[in-house]
Design a protein around this ligand. Sequence first.
Ligand SMILES: Nc1nc2c(ncn2[C@@H]2O[C@H](COP(=O)(O)OP(=O)(O)OP(=O)(O)O)[C@@H](O)[C@H]2O)c(=O)[nH]1
Ligand SMILES: Nc1nc2c(ncn2[C@@H]2O[C@H](COP(=O)(O)OP(=O)(O)OP(=O)(O)O)[C@@H](O)[C@H]2O)c(=O)[nH]1
Length: 442
Amino acid sequence: MKPTIVLVGRPNVGKSTLFNRLTRSRDALVADQPGLTRDRHYGIGRMGDRDYLVVDTAGFDPVAKDGIMHEMARQAEQAIAEADVLLFLVDGRAGLTPHDEQIATRLRRADRPVFLVVNKGEGMNRAMAGAEFHALGLGDPLVISAAHGDGVRPLLDEIFDTLPPEGPEDEATDHGPRVAIVGRPNVGKSTLINTLLGEERLIAFDMPGTTRDAITVPFERNGKQYALIDTAGLRRRGKVFEAVEKFSVIKTLKAVEEANVVVLVLDASQDISDQDAHIAGFVLDAGRALVVAINKWDTVDEYRRERLKDALAHKLHFLGFARTHYISALKSQGIGGLLRSVDGAYAAAMAKLSTPRLTRTLQEAVTKQAPPRSGGFRPKMRYAHQGGSNPPVIVIHGTGLDKVPDSYTRYLSRTFMDAFRLQGTPLRIQFRSTSNPFADKD
Ligand SMILES: Nc1nc2c(ncn2[C@@H]2O[C@H](COP(=O)(O)OP(=O)(O)OP(=O)(O)O)[C@@H](O)[C@H]2O)c(=O)[nH]1
Ligand SMILES: Nc1nc2c(ncn2[C@@H]2O[C@H](COP(=O)(O)OP(=O)(O)OP(=O)(O)O)[C@@H](O)[C@H]2O)c(=O)[nH]1
């Protein structure tokens, strides 16, 4: 399970600057998709081979004005409750403020590791910059510069030192794909889960373990096994399951990270919202296989159905790799087809791609359309091999490949998707250049 790092601090201390820095390396692995707007409050980061989730609680104000808890403050409270680690940012230039003290008081009650981070420390004497913040009683301050990157790596090292090491990835093969059913509140996730789990098909139900914070519910359908990732703390009541927790973005994102295949549920009776798009974008960034389920199809007329298809093609067009199903979870319509697409997406995500075929496909693609020149030099692509699964990673070797534009990467991606019938999974393309382009010329 990926750890969740939550950034807290008063406005303007540099939380979003640090957020961007912590998530940038991971973003760089994913070619930019036109139309995909990332949620700048929730992201995946990576250091070395460790992935983590980062949450920026911009707008958090524990002393809510007029006694009213604002929605943002509520979300920040939820993020604090679900954090593995809290980073409390203060501003080394502005110095300690009463507002910092109020936040510190709240965080001392949070009952999880808090790192006191003094930002904007570039060019300052570290001991001096941190000195006054000792008074917050949250341990030794770590001085960083989010804008320049100073001290960020040591900070991450310290964070990972306090966290338990990540266990080995579960081998999915023996219990079929791990499936996460995600979507914003009220779209019908619980109803779909109950339809899928229909009590006879239920094999067993793991109770929450001590080491994992997501549990899976295995089920069987048409002779095939699946493991459903439970994001909402499902409890069985009589014949049906019900969620005991309210919708949580962090749990949703953790489930996406844990899954092989994500079913993104949208509500046909509602317009596609930013929240839908953000969850979709996160699935894409995480590289998970995806099936889109437009639920409550029974409630909409022909006119609305057509409008919805247009909206989908427009607002979520970056999900073009995924199959879409129009279903009614309540009436159990379209469920068989949905699961067949889950199987297909899983197979695509796990596909074994042979080096000779990949290389041939690459060469054909380049012959048809060569990568554009850059600075008088044309990138040369020599061969390709598979570098990973779920998502499939295709590693392309050659020279001058750091100059390949995203549009060309997307062209290659489409070509491989078609050639290997990878519908249902996103694909990652990585380039490995020989360092000296002239050492390898022909
Ligand atoms: N000198 C210096 N300035 C920084 C550093 N990090 C951020 N800043 C600046 O501080 C200002 C606030 O940064 P943000 O990242 O927007 O702060 P924030 O905490 O996300 O603010 P809210 O979104 O209002 O909560 C910006 O002008 C940044 O350029 C740093 O390491 N050094
Ligand atoms: N007509 C119709 N109603 C549905 C369908 N699926 C779910 N609903 C209804 O939509 C409402 C919300 O369904 P839930 O399954 O609780 O939605 P959820 O996504 O789990 O909601 P949260 O737990 O808040 O995240 C309920 O009243 C369901 O009966 C469907 O296919 N057709």
